[in-house]
Design a protein around this ligand. Structure first.
Ligand code: FES
Length: 175
């Protein structure tokens, strides 16, 4: 019986020693950790787009894409006069739209079909509708075509001032 009590005392001492070590470890860890109110610096989500003159209304021909680049030289796109007022359309007839022509699926360059009035991808055959804001109507992309926010000045100059979807391969449209 006496031996059992001695064993219990030894066990209790070891337990208390272990608890003390755990408490000491927690204190050291807490001392090295950031205070609970500290926050990592978060980058601003807002993107500042340049206002770039892309062309003049007088340069556009009906249903013929005019090649441009926006928001920088590595982002090919087109301006397109569709002949009927459409979503996102600007100009006197509300029919001028602009899109990035890099496929949002895997970055192939899109081709415009004047017959079908669609942008078509030679990579995996996605199809996008410029009359419906670049909506994907078929294919493997999981995003619509990035459309430009356009403004037309009094003299007919067309400015791009934003893009509504992420351009393929970028973490931000403005690098
Ligand atoms: Fe265009 Fe795949 S790259 S559908």
């Amino acid at each position: 019986m006496h031996r059992c009590k001695a064993m219990a005392d030894i066990g209790r001492r070891q337990f208390l020693r272990g608890s003390a070590l755990v408490a000491a470890g927690a204190t050291v860890a807490a001392a090295g950790a950031a205070p609970p109110h500290a926050k990592a610096a978060m980058p601003a989500a807002r993107v500042e787009y340049p206002s770039n003159r892309l062309a003049n209304v007088s340069e556009l021909k009906m249903n013929e894409p005019l090649e441009v680049n926006y928001p920088d030289a590595d982002a090919p796109g087109v301006l397109l006069k569709l002949g009927a007022r459409v979503e996102g359309g600007v100009g006197p007839d509300g029919d001028i739209v602009g899109f990035c022509t890099i496929c949002p699926h895997k970055g192939y360059p899109l081709a415009y079909s004047a017959d079908n009035r669609t942008f078509n991808c030679p990579g995996h055959y996605s199809v996008f509708d410029p009359e419906k804001g670049g909506q994907q109507v078929w294919g493997q992309a999981t995003q619509n075509l990035p459309q430009y926010a356009l403004r037309v000045a009094e003299n007919g100059d067309i400015f791009a001032e934003g893009v509504d979807e992420l351009i393929y391969g970028r973490l931000s449209n403005v690098l």
